[in-house]
Every structure is written in C-alpha cells, then in structure tokens.
Design a protein around this ligand. Structure first.
Ligand code: SAM
Ligand code: DTB
Ligand code: SF4
Length: 361
C-alpha cells in the first residue's frame, strides 16, 4: 500500500441529513472521517467499501475525489489522446456493444489494416492539433502470430514514438512474444478493457473469458508496458457490477496507468443498440470512484462524450477525469471535434498535458 499524498482533514463533525432517493441508504457514509478514504494506493478494496464510496452523496464524492486529484495529479491539465482505427470491422468476436463485430449488421464497412505511412500522417496531424498520445485500435480477437500485419503495427508504434508522442495500441489478446515485441518497439501503453464485472461479463461477450482479459493485462504489465484498462457503463449492468469492475481494476498490482470510462454508444444493429443513454451523473460517479480507488491513473473520459453537455464534462473533470479522446472520431462513432474540446478546455482554464518526458526514448 503506497501513500500518494497527505491525509485529508477530518470532517467527522459534519451533520448528516435524511434525504430520500436511490443513494439515501448510504448517507451514513457521508459522516465517515475523510481518513477512511486516505489517498493511498490500495490493492485490497472490498466491494462493500467501494459501493459505499460510489454511493456517497454526490457533493461528498466530488469533494473526496478532488482531494485525491489535487494530491496526486498535475493540476488543471488534461491529457489529449487521439484515436485511430487502423483495422476496422469484420471482427470474429461477439461483444454486444461493438459495431465492428461481424455477428451484427451495423453498416460498418470492413477495411484492411492501414498503411504505416497513412497512420503516421494521422499521428502527425494529431500532434499538431495538440494530442500527446496516439492510440491505435484494431478489430481483432488477437494479432495473428508471426503475421506481416503485426510487423506493420510494430512499425506504426516505432513511428509514433519517433514523433515524440506516447503510443498506445489495442489489438485484443496478446501472447508473451507479441507483448515483448511491442515493448521492444517502444510501446507506451496497451489498452485492454475489462468492460464490466466478472459476473455480468457473460451477458456481454461469450467468445472470450474474463480470465483471458486478465491474462493479457498481466502479460502487458509483466513486460513493463503501462496498462490502460477500464470499461463501459450503460449496458444494463447493476451498480454492483460497475463497482465490481472498479474493485478488480484497483486491486491489480500495479494499478492501471490509465482507466478509460466509456458510456455505451448504442449502435443500431448491435444487441445493445436500443439502450437508453446513461445518466451523465452516473458517469461522474464512476470517474470520481475511479480517481479515488486508482489515484495514480489518468482517468479517461472516453466513449459517449458526444452526447454530454459541456457542464457534464466539467463535472467529470471535477470528479478527477484528466484525459480524453481528442478528435471527431473514436473508432467508428463520433466524438466532439477539436474546436469544441479546445474551447471547453480554454473556457474552463484547463491546459493540455505534455507527453511523458520519456516519450521520445
Ligand atoms: N478489438 C480489441 C479488443 O476488443 O480488445 C480492441 C478494440 S475494442 C473496440 C476497444 C474497446 O472499445 C472495447 O473494449 C470497449 O470497451 C470499447 N467500445 C467498443 N464499442 C463501444 C461502444 N459502442 N460504446 C462504448 N465503448 C465501446
Ligand atoms: C476505450 O476504452 N474506448 C475507445 C478506446 N478504448 C479504443 C474505443 C471507443 C469505441 C467506441 C465505439 C466506436 O467508435 O466504434
Ligand atoms: Fe472485436 Fe474488439 Fe469489437 Fe470485441 S470490442 S467485437 S474484440 S473489435
């Protein structure tokens, strides 16, 4: 257990008020000493305490998250990551949320792996627009062993690093050799999401297991690549499922370097295509709980931002989110454009985070 910052002041004297509502039963926790939520890196979170944290009255939760945020993260800086789908569609997996699965008719056209030069042009444009990390996603279950495509991805990673940007890829499951090759190419981070709790996972994906995901995450960490792992809310999961996912992430050792918090983008044709958009305040709660439980991570406000107001996004930043996908497209769906994000940051007095100082090594 590592201490990340000072222990917050006690607020035991704060009164508690009875309010009716979904989170009312947890108001008792608002009276707990802030010492209970110390700014420590802990790998022993229980679901009960994480649930109690998640369900705090929102203003208390935001206050606690701000305390941790200010003690552990650069103040007022947001990491801008640009995302590019380097290989789109025709994926053999059945992830219920995903427009790129070949099992669903979503209108996404399958495309071959992009040329290295074309990808690096996009990376250069992203850098010029202000991004410090370039993330490349491929609609694969896993990269084919010894394939030319995988060698091309390694070339893309080397190229992005030579632009003095952080490089991240998400390619599905990896074996030891592929992981080491990515490390040797200079990869900064590997994105592999848990997506939801272990219990709810089977409702969403049947073609690979939760353990498969944890195994890839463990391999990436063992190779010394930063782990980017998070999930999605709004897929019909319970609050306990959301909290369960956060507990699994927080109890990883080391904890993930970044945690994408996605709100489901319901895509017609997928099994989750008619889900109602998630309440933005639920996203705020997830960002805050992630910030407190995984204090050293960049918490990335990810898919779903196109339908969030500026105010809701600012609440997410208040809650500890300090990273976002920057550019008008995620993989296949829309995202706010550069101008919208730059004016949001400017109006809020936030600045773009520079790449990690080793990004050019
Ligand atoms: N194919 C690789 C894999 O699944 O491991 C990498 C790409 S995959 C598209 C990356 C992540 O995007 C998924 O794990 C999921 O969390 C997120 N994602 C995909 N479709 C989404 C949607 N419609 N709404 C929100 N998040 C989504
Ligand atoms: C992550 O957690 N979210 C990003 C990134 N990692 C690869 C992907 C979001 C995809 C949203 C649906 C789409 O655009 O296809
Ligand atoms: Fe394929 Fe990844 Fe989409 Fe699942 S999330 S269907 S593995 S591209």
């Amino acid at each position: 257990m590592g201490v990340m910052g000072a222990t917050a002041a006690s607020d035991e004297s704060m009164p508690s008020v009875k309010i009716q509502g979904p989170y009312a039963r947890n108001l008792a926790y608002s009276r707990l000493s802030a010492r209970t939520w110390q700014m420590t890196v802990r790998n022993d979170w229980t679901r009960d305490e994480a649930r109690a944290l998640h369900d705090l009255p929102l203003t208390d939760l935001l206050f606690r998250a701000q305390e941790v945020h200010r003690a552990t993260q650069p103040r007022d800086a947001v990491q801008l990551c640009s995302l590019l789908s380097i290989k789109t569609g025709a994926c053999q997996e059945d992830c219920s949320y995903c427009p790129q699965s070949s099992k669903y008719d979503t209108g996404v056209e399958a495309e071959r792996l992009m040329d290295v030069a074309e990808v690096l042009l996009k990376a250069r444009e992203a850098k010029e627009a202000g991004a410090s990390r370039f993330c490349m996603g491929a609609a694969w279950r896993s990269p084919k062993k010894g394939s030319r495509q995988f060698q091309q991805v390694l070339e893309m990673v080397r190229g992005v690093r030579s632009l003095e940007m952080e490089a991240c890829v998400t390619l599905g499951m990896l074996d030891d050799e592929q992981t080491q090759e990515l490390k040797d190419a200079g990869l900064t981070a590997y994105n592999h999401n848990l997506d939801t709790s272990e219990e709810y996972y089977g409702e969403i994906i049947t073609t690979r297991t939760y353990k498969d995901r944890l195994d890839t995450i463990a391999r990436v960490a063992a190779a010394g690549i930063s782990v980017c792992a998070g999930g999605i809310i709004g897929m019909g999961e319970s609050i306990d499922d959301r909290v369960g996912m956060l507990v699994t992430l927080a109890n990883l050792s080391p904890q993930p370097e970044s945690v994408p918090v996605n709100a489901l983008v319901p895509v017609p044709g997928t099994p989750l295509g008619d889900r109602k958009p998630v309440d933005p305040l639920e996203l705020v709660r997830m960002c805050a709980a992630a910030r407190i439980m995984i204090p050293g991570a960049r918490v990335r406000l990810s898919a779903g931002r196109a339908s969030l107001s500026r105010e809701a996004q600012l609440l997410c930043f208040m809650a500890g989110a300090n990273s976002l996908f920057f550019g008008d497209k995620l993989l296949t769906t829309g995202n706010p454009d550069h101008d919208a994000d730059l004016s949001l940051l400017r109006d809020a007095g936030l600045s773009a985070l520079a790449p990690a100082s080793d990004a050019a090594e």
